[in-house]
Design a protein around this ligand. Structure first.
Ligand SMILES: NC(=O)c1ccc[n+]([C@@H]2O[C@H](COP(=O)([O-])OP(=O)(O)OC[C@H]3O[C@@H](n4cnc5c(N)ncnc54)[C@H](O)[C@@H]3O)[C@@H](O)[C@H]2O)c1
Length: 281
């Protein structure tokens, strides 16, 4: 390979100077997405609730990559809060290039008891409303505010973080607790696959809506990530995944960089499934 060819490959993945917003950016995976984008040169904006302290995570990113990053407190269920965030970002960096709709309510039903509320028959409508509000309404509002800015600017990228559970139903046997009566067994709440399936619809809608404005919109569907889940859960899940393990926390970074960068310049409206093969079975 000539030096020019090597440079061209590097440029494909280079995000120097671009501004990337990650909702839920101080969470487990949001921060990991931030690491790879900052490593590729982007100014990363971690947008999250105050309780998750996005400013603290942004300090870490800046220190790790010597590129200025920002932590912003915002609630994506509130359009005014997103508009405020947009003003802050534009005042500091003067541009917005990338949005990752990553925030979601994701209750850890695999390591808790007393979750009878999670069952379809018991799920409070308030939980249904709150989950839809964060996972779907939040993604819609962020796309409207930040995506419209990118569309007017004639270039941009949006990634919606879905899940393998956008494609398959939760296997509720994974979450069973020995000794509990059937009507108290925890389940993955119905809202989770509903939100994630909805995000795939949002992805296709926005992708076709903004093709003329050069805003590419794609989804990723990650499988479960290892985060010290109990052994009983891990052993059950192993049998459902051809690769026989959960993902490591950094294993979605390649896909995130690919979809955010010019390496995926001919890709829009697609869903990248990264699930150790789970949805093949
Ligand atoms: N962890 C997994 O195994 C896994 C697997 C597949 C998909 N996903 C998806 O990846 C994404 C990130 O998951 P995670 O495991 O990092 O979750 P997480 O709970 O660690 O992070 C979610 C973040 O979203 C933030 N958030 C919640 N409501 C918000 C609001 N109204 N406004 C702004 N921020 C808000 C939270 O404060 C939190 O920091 C989610 O969409 C999740 O569904 C996760």
């Amino acid at each position: 390979m000539s030096k020019a060819e090597v440079d061209r490959v590097r440029q494909l993945f280079d995000l120097s100077g671009r501004v990337a917003i990650i909702t839920g950016g101080a969470g487990l995976l949001g921060y990991q997405h931030g690491e790879v984008l900052a490593a590729a040169g982007a100014h990363v904006v971690l947008l999250d609730l105050a309780i998750s302290d996005p400013a603290k995570s942004a300090v870490r990113l800046t220190a790790n990559h010597q590129v200025e990053c920002m932590g912003l407190t915002a609630d994506i269920t509130d359009e005014a809060s997103i508009v405020d965030a947009s003003r802050c970002i534009l005042a500091k960096f003067g541009r917005i290039d990338i949005l990752i709709n990553n925030a979601a309510n994701n209750p850890k039903v695999e390591d808790a008891k007393e979750l009878a509320w999670s069952r379809l028959e018991n799920l409070p409508v308030s939980v249904w409303d709150a989950d839809i509000r964060v996972g779907l309404t939040g993604a819609f509002l962020c796309s409207r505010v930040f995506g419209t800015y990118m569309a007017k600017n004639g270039k941009g990228v949006i990634i919606n973080v879905a899940s393998d559970l956008a494609l398959i139903s939760p296997d509720q046997r994974l979450y069973r607790v020995d000794g509990l009566p059937e009507d108290q067994q925890p389940v993955k709440p119905v809202t989770y696959p509903v939100v994630k399936s909805g995000l795939l619809g949002l992805t296709r809608y926005l992708a076709t809506y903004w093709t003329g404005s050069n805003v590419r919109v794609n989804a990723i569907s990650p499988g479960g990530v290892w985060n010290a889940q109990p052994d009983v859960f891990l052993n059950r899940l192993k049998h459902l995944v051809p690769m026989a393990r959960m993902a490591n926390q950094s294993e979605y970074q390649g896909a995130i960089l690919f979809l955010c960068s010019d390496a995926s310049s001919y890709m829009t409206g697609a869903n990248l499934v990264i699930d150790g093969g789970r949805t093949c079975w």
